[in-house]
Design a protein around this ligand. Structure first.
Ligand code: F6R
Length: 357
């Protein structure tokens, strides 16, 4: 079922614009209202704090989701790695709502947290790609991702689907609380889908960047600030898991607190610059690493670009940039793995769903 694609990962990267359009359709009524289970709406309204629980890529989607929910709906959110939460539970608020994000719905670490919080009597919502999965069956409510089966071990379309659904959830919660927003989320997601399509048509350009910036390096750094930082964490995870290049995502401002010691002549540094309020600061960080010999690949957004940027993504709503900026990072990882003859769809030591602790 790969069709003409050499790998599931590439097919799944390409499916992302269609998944966005599917999500728009599934979460919209005929009158262009948001379509969401009333019980979920009520649970979101009733809680005083949201605890997002997830692992790996789904955790990275949660970090982006926190921003949506806090900025739009004004509800405080904590994002926790499932395996940590189980053994080191933070002090909970009075009326917590637990949101589990899981492509497979089977991740053991997340399931353990769900069992625990159910014992404590707290409400739960699972956001998953597999409606009949354990996390979906055992939680009080479910939101579906509609991404279609994800076969490649490295998660791509599930990540962007998770972010889109979290955006819809955040907007719906804002509206339920009487907060007026100055944009139409479905219109903005449609713009995102088009932007994704433009990027998936630029594969040759990205493959060229891999030749130029990641030819033989054993390590690579991803730097960004604000939302871009969270996407950098995901870009680094993609690169390391399939190409085995050691990669880390860093907050631009943290570099000088230690990591910059690792920058030497030719070290690849991939910088994201899609956020207006930190554009100046991240550019400063790029200069700092370039001054120490780094081979800096800047990916910026139309409107914020500079002449030396290697890649510019189309302009989308500032909150939704992760949906678009991650696409070139997924493709960078894909081509880096391909050029190193790695098994793209089935990287060593990894399983698609981690059903043991
Ligand atoms: C990375 C990746 C993993 C999963 C993680 C959680 O590409 O796929 O990090 O995101 O194992 O899996 P789910 O979302 O199924 O709970």
């Amino acid at each position: 079922e790969k069709g003409t694609y050499p790998h599931f990962m590439l097919k799944e990267i390409d499916e992302q614009p269609f998944v966005m359009r599917k999500i728009i359709n599934e979460y919209q009524t005929e009158n262009n209202e948001l379509k969401l289970d009333e019980n979920i709406r009520a649970a979101m309204k009733a809680c005083d704090r949201i605890y997002i629980i997830a692992a790996g890529t789904s955790y990275h989607a949660g970090l982006v989701g926190k921003e949506f929910i806090e900025k739009l709906a004004k509800v405080p959110v904590e994002v926790h790695v499932a395996s940590e939460f189980s053994y080191n539970m933070p002090l909970l608020s009075e009326k917590p709502l637990f949101v589990f994000i899981s492509q497979s719905g089977e991740t053991a670490d997340s399931r353990a947290v769900l069992v625990k919080i159910k014992e404590l009597g707290y409400p739960s919502l699972t956001i998953t790609n597999v409606p009949g999965s354990t996390l979906s069956r055992e939680a009080d409510y479910t939101l579906n991702l509609y991404a279609g089966p994800e076969i490649a071990v490295a998660s791509t379309k599930a990540y962007t689907a998770q972010i889109a659904v979290l955006a819809i959830l955040a907007v719906d919660t804002a509206k339920a609380q009487g907060i007026t927003l100055d944009f139409d989320p479905m219109q903005e997601l449609a713009i995102v889908a088009n932007a994704m399509e433009i990027l998936t048509d630029q594969k040759e350009g990205i493959e060229e960047l891999v030749r130029e910036y990641l030819p033989t390096s054993r390590n690579a750094f991803f730097i960004g600030r604000s939302t871009d930082y969270h996407v950098c964490m995901e870009g680094a995870l993609k690169l390391k898991e399939i190409s085995y290049i050691q990669a880390e995502g860093f907050a631009g401002g943290e570099l000088k607190h230690g990591t910059i010691a690792l920058i030497e002549e030719g070290t690849p540094v991939i910088a994201l610059a899609t956020q207006e309020n930190v554009n100046y600061s991240i550019r400063g960080n790029v200069q700092e690493v370039v001054a120490r010999g780094a081979n800096a690949l800047v990916i910026s957004m139309r409107g914020l670009e500079q002449d030396t940027d290697a890649f510019v993504i189309p302009h989308v709503h500032e909150l939704l940039t992760p949906l678009v900026s991650v696409v070139p990072l997924q493709l960078l990882a894909y081509y880096a793995a391909l050029h190193r003859d790695c098994d793209v769809d089935k990287p060593r030591n990894l399983a698609k769903s981690v059903t043991v602790e």
